[in-house]
Design a protein around this ligand. Sequence first.
Ligand SMILES: *Cc1c(COP(=O)(O)O)cnc(C)c1O
Length: 349
Amino acid sequence: MEYNIAVSPQKERKVADTRSVPFGLQPTEHMFITEYANGEWQSPRIVPFENLVLSPLTLSLHYGQTVFEGMKAFYMADGKINIFRPEKHYNRFCQSLERMCMPKVPKALFMEALHQFVQLETDWIPQEDDGSLYLRPFMIASEARLGVKVSDEYIFMICATPAYAYYSKPLTVKVETKYVRAAEGGTGAAKCGGNYGASFYPFQKAKEEGYDQILWTDAKTHQLIEESGTMNIMFYIDGTLITPALSGTILDGVTRDSLLTMAKENGVKTEERQVSWKELQDAFEAGKRVEAFGAGTAAVIAPIETLAIGDKQYQCYIGDDAMMYQLRDALYRVRKGIDKDSHGWNYVL
Ligand SMILES: *Cc1c(COP(=O)(O)O)cnc(C)c1O
């Protein structure tokens, strides 16, 4: 073990009944934390969950130098525990950090911290089929100084919250052609806090108009579909799984990648390319069956029932035999260890 992580567990451990608690409200009993100063990550440790004490001058509070990740740990069918694709999440974390001028966390430290933290919190991983432990590694600029600058100090942490499949009613989504999530040269491919802060206003506007979500379009032409809210977007049309190709404005989702791989393995044709709302409209107008869904770690897939393009509303296919459910179930079987994990996605503790 390259990194010595000090572990100080709670004296009296008590797992809360979390099934009825809304997502994200109930942290587990511990957290991992390490501080970066003088070019080094210092005293990595797992301690009882507690509040941070920060100076009001802390840089991240003012200028948004923050990056996060989201991944899940599961109980497998054989009772072992796995973390799903932590190395891909680590790589993306590094890419986001680079874009935000933040120091990398060494891979060995990241993996060791994750491993030990999940090991300590196993009682908090729901045993139920639809349960998982949502893991939130994140980094904030912690130097206390009001000048606009790249921070010299950082805090890297991991905390967790139990998660269950929530029944999400199929969504009514509008193609957004006024506001943008990301522009070429911007931070769309980084998982940084500011992207979310900037999306709340257009979300709120869409909610007021009666929509559940937004389909973002490109900043230049507003013709090309990019993402669905805070998830990647996928379509299944004419036997082909189609998703926008990765570019600087689209987040490289682990779920997106996993579903694409599952589709290929199951003989489904896949295409990563530009998708315009005009193409979708033409498919609807031609009477084709169109599946549309968001893809992301939290919900895995989020079916879209109604798609609004301009002032027209189109119905997507959400029947039980839809391809999106088949792909979701295929992924579920790999994560549970029921089907063979031929890509080494499960990091088994
Ligand atoms: C996190 C995120 C996704 C989904 O990524 P996963 O790795 O599948 O969870 C998609 N789009 C945005 C903007 C995101 O922040």
